[in-house]
Design a protein around this ligand. Structure first.
Ligand code: CTP
Length: 404
């Protein structure tokens, strides 16, 4: 899960409607609270059958809203006040019922009335039985909601409460956060109609069937860039080496092993790309020979011959169209600026992102990074230590909003 300061002090309103997936909203609320968001929760009557409001009051540290006409409250239009307060809204899980009511403009309880009064970005994460999901009226309602500009985090195929597999499971937590990030993004449409190709993670260069060369890259920076491009409305292709992270939803993901496979995958998609970002830690060399059998230690071979891998980004930059934007990383442990500027020039990049994995907080596996951005037009921006997802936002801002 990516931490980000995007949710800090953000007034977030979570609506919980009545489905068995309701218990999963706890993790979303916890995530938002840990990111510094100010969270309020409202629940429908059926949601309260599945989970007690006390759980969500404890997690959000505020009373849960439930009644349109509370018995002991004064009859103020609380739903309108709450809707005016919110800066980000999400319905998790969203039942067929709430989708139907919302798309038809029905307001007959606290949740549905508040949703209609909202005027901030709003996300729906549907979850229901597969037959209900396939129902043409449910699909038509969803279509109307999507076309009206609301965000949808689609459900997944998997084990359902009914005891069999089908489409309709609530999206997993990582997807829900990815969707919330997109919903809350200040420049949601800034890459609409664009295709962004991102490389991420390490490559593996096989020595024999059981051994390989690789590096410490986890793919976090590359996946953060893919989230960021997705949040800005781009069509995203994420080409990644072996990584442990959940690959994002809503984009084409291509898993590869070696540098040569990554090279092929990038070249295949190069034509369609408006942006190409090389965040992968590509192995520069591979063993000259790949043994088909495990190499025995009795072979006594201590010198290994290596041969060079193709430089993916340099090849991309050489053969690109002028309007394509090519961004690279420079991982340097000494003389960072000099090497970064050399890579910018020699690989003909539009921009290079310099980072030093030896600096504290800027390593491979962590959630944070400390980078300096260099544009080929001479602009330079040194960023403080920040979350990788926030670095990703700054990288796109640096190119798209040069005057900021
Ligand atoms: N890169 C690439 N293909 C390679 C090597 C690197 O596309 N075979 C890309 C990386 O994804 C990164 C940039 O080139 O965006 C710079 O990578 P880096 O490892 O910092 O530098 P190298 O070009 O490998 O040079 P050196 O190892 O000498 O620093």
């Amino acid at each position: 899960m990516f931490p980000t300061k995007l949710f800090r002090n953000k007034k977030s309103l979570i609506a919980v409607t009545g489905g068995i997936a309701a218990y999963k909203v706890c993790e979303v609320i916890r995530y938002l609270v840990t990111q510094g968001s100010d969270v309020r929760v409202m629940m429908t009557r059926s949601a309260c059958e599945f989970m007690t409001p006390l759980t969500l009051e404890t997690l959000s540290r505020h009373p849960v809203y439930r009644e349109l006409f509370p018995r002991n409250g004064y009859a103020a239009p609380q739903h309108v006040h709450l809707a005016d307060w919110a800066e980000l809204g999400a319905v998790i899980p969203a039942t067929a019922n709430i989708l139907g009511k919302f798309s038809a403009g029905i307001a007959d309880d606290f949740v549905s009335s508040t949703l209609l009064a909202l005027h901030c970005p709003l996300l729906f994460a549907p979850a229901m039985n597969d037959r209900m999901w396939e129902n043409p009226f449910v699909q038509a309602n969803l279509k109307r909601i999507r076309e009206a500009g609301y965000e949808i985090c689609p459900p997944e195929y998997g084990f359902l409460a009914e005891g069999y597999e089908g489409m309709g499971r609530l999206a997993r937590l990582e997807y829900l956060i990815q969707a919330l990030y997109r919903t809350a993004h200040p420049a949601r449409q800034s890459l609409k109609g664009k295709t962004v190709v991102v490389t991420a993670g390490p490559t593996r260069e096989a020595l024999d069937p059981v051994r390989f060369f690789s590096n410490y890259s986890t793919g976090k920076m590359g996946v953060a860039l893919a989230w960021e491009a997705f949040a800005r409305g781009a069509r995203v292709v994420l080409i990644h080496g072996p990584i442990q992270l959940t690959t994002p939803y809503g984009m084409e993901t291509v898993g590869v092993e070696s540098a040569r496979q990554m090279f092929e995958a990038v070249m295949d998609r190069m034509k369609e790309a408006d942006w190409i970002i090389g965040a992968a830690a590509v192995a520069d060399f591979r063993p000259a020979q790949q043994a088909t059998e495990k190499i025995k230690k009795t072979a006594h071979k201590t010198i290994l011959e290596l041969e060079a891998n193709p430089d993916i980004l340099a090849t991309v930059a050489r053969s690109r169209r002028p309007e394509q934007i090519v961004i690279g990383f420079a991982v340097e442990t000494t003389e960072g600026k000099r090497h970064a500027l050399k890579k910018l020039r020699e690989k003909s990049l539009d921009m290079v992102v310099l980072n030093n994995p030896l600096e504290s907080g800027a390593g491979f596996a962590g959630d944070t990074n400390r980078v300096t951005l260099f544009h080929r037009n001479g602009r330079q921006l040194e960023l403080e230590l920040m979350f990788k997802l926030d670095v990703a936002r700054k990288i796109f801002d640096f190119v798209l909003e040069p005057n900021r």
